[in-house]
Design a protein around this ligand. Structure first.
Ligand code: FES
Length: 103
């Protein structure tokens, strides 16, 4: 099967890395955090407040807020919108991402 990448002759390479829950992941320049996680086969990286149900990217355009993740200690970042910057430390977000505040 021919992919769009095959048609344009693209050969992207990783330019830097980030860590997700302690796992080092390769990043191609310009990728969002959601794209990096998907490329690594990671489809869920948040749990809901009420039932702890798994969530990941749904809309991919910053509207649904299903893709919230903690980036460098800051919770509630939309993975589909935030570019993966060199050395970012990304972690799964549980509930509101502010467990230390008891909410
Ligand atoms: S996937 Fe919907 S806001 Fe990110």
């Amino acid at each position: 099967m021919t992919t769009p990448r095959d048609l344009v002759g693209g050969t992207p390479t990783a330019t830097h890395t980030v860590t997700f829950d302690g796992r080092e992941l390769p990043v191609q320049s310009g990728q969002s955090i959601a794209a990096v996680l998907w490329a690594a086969g990671i489809l869920a990286w948040r749990t809901t407040r009420e039932n702890g149900a798994p969530r990941g990217a749904f809309c991919g355009i910053g509207q649904c807020f299903d893709c919230l993740v903690t980036v460098n200690g800051r919770p509630n970042q939309r993975a589909c919108l935030v570019p993966a910057s060199p050395g970012d430390t990304i972690t799964t977000q549980e509930g509101t991402g502010r467990a230390e505040l008891g909410c």
